[in-house]
Design a protein around this ligand. Structure first.
Ligand code: GLA
Length: 353
């Protein structure tokens, strides 16, 4: 096997732009396909402990399905991932309002977030990886956000079976930015319709508590002794149905964990193991937090890759800042000012046990 990049025509965007599907394959035969419509991750094939490759992310069968993609399968999220309460906040002393696309909240960048835009793509190869740079100009006023934002997403598949995803951005007016990747993983997708037996460990002792609108209240809770404790490996399903007020709000896990190591180094945030296939996913990030979401809003009505997307059929581990940070000054700011460069990196590494 050698490193390779395949480019296919994938269809036409709602605005009439030609869209491609790029498949990156590494020297071990692992592959990731990405479309420049939304910089969405469409497939991810990794080996199990017998060397059999299988796709481990939920996704659709055609480009058109990504035009709506209500659950954000595989999506590159921006400008601001997660929720902004009442779709409103102050930026540099001025009040801005955003579309309320989740009850009264603004969610995942609005109706035409980064996952609905066509990005300019350029592939690259190194001695040990294949990758794709995706560039986008999000104009001043885009979805209500101030500033012309020049943003780059880079996916890179390395020969050691690590997929990295890196974001960088600059602006000409103070704005807010909290990007993330919204892939839905199921490490045994071919055989298991839920991820409840997957074991998860999180490098976090604390979550940000939620109100009934799924917004952080501003309080932080220690997870010790609660259903949210993943400090030691634990089956995702072990406590998911516990009668817990915080779990009931999201219908399962849908909460932001504060990573214990608050440095902005690329460090391990989560490890997930699936016993039957032996697949292990290690998630690293430079972000301060990671959202655990157990696909609670999937209800079987959407389909792709020969299956219906059922509740708890996948998990998302979305590196990010605390949700609603612009309205919650006790948490780290997500402001980006002219002259600064936003940068964020995550790594999804695959091996077997
Ligand atoms: C995030 C949110 C969830 C949900 C999904 C998309 O993970 O935290 O509440 O909105 O995105 O369906």
């Amino acid at each position: 096997m050698t490193l390779s990049i395949k480019v296919e025509e994938y269809g036409i965007s709602p605005k009439g732009e030609a869209v491609q599907l790029f498949t990156l394959t590494n020297a071990q035969g692992a592959s990731a396909s990405i479309t420049n419509f939304g910089a969405n991750l469409v497939t991810l094939y990794t080996p199990d402990n017998k060397g059999q490759f299988a796709d481990i992310v939920l996704g659709y069968d055609s480009l058109e399905d990504y035009f709506t993609n209500v659950p954000y399968l595989g999506a590159t999220i921006g400008r601001v991932g997660n929720r902004i309460g009442n779709g409103q906040c102050e930026i540099a002393g001025k009040t801005y309002t955003f579309v309320q696309n989740n009850g009264t909240n603004h969610l995942h960048g609005g109706l035409e977030g980064f996952d609905k835009k066509v990005w300019r793509a350029e592939t690259f190869k190194t001695e040990s990886s294949v990758g794709i740079h995706l560039d986008l100009l999000s104009e001043d006023g885009d979805q209500g956000y101030p500033g012309n934002l020049q943003v780059r997403t880079t996916y890179e598949l390395h020969n050691d079976n690590q997929l990295t995803c890196e974001y960088s951005a600059t602006t000409d007016k103070t704005t807010i930015l909290n990007m993330t990747n919204h892939s839905y993983f199921n490490l045994d997708m071919a055989n298991q319709t839920d991820i409840l037996s997957h074991e998860l460990q999180l490098k976090s002792n604390q979550v940000t508590l939620l109100d009934q609108n799924q917004l952080p209240t501003g309080e932080v809770m220690n997870v010790a002794g609660t259903a949210f404790d993943f400090t030691e490996p634990k089956a995702i399903g072990q406590d998911i149905f516990a009668d817990d007020a915080q779990l009931n709000i999201g219908g399962g896990y849908d909460i932001n964990y504060i990573i214990t190591d608050q440095s902005s180094q690329l460090r391990v945030a989560a490890i997930v193991t699936e016993a039957k296939t032996g697949r292990r996913l290690t998630v690293k990030t430079t972000e301060p937090c990671i959202q655990l979401y157990t696909a609670n809003f999937l209800d079987g009505s959407l389909k792709g890759k020969g299956r219906a997307f059922e509740k708890h059929s996948a998990f998302c581990l979305e590196p990010q800042h605390v949700p609603d940070a612009p309205n919650k000054p006790m948490f780290k700011s997500i402001e980006l000012k002219p002259g600064e460069t936003y940068s964020s990196k995550m790594s999804f590494a695959f091996d077997t046990v």
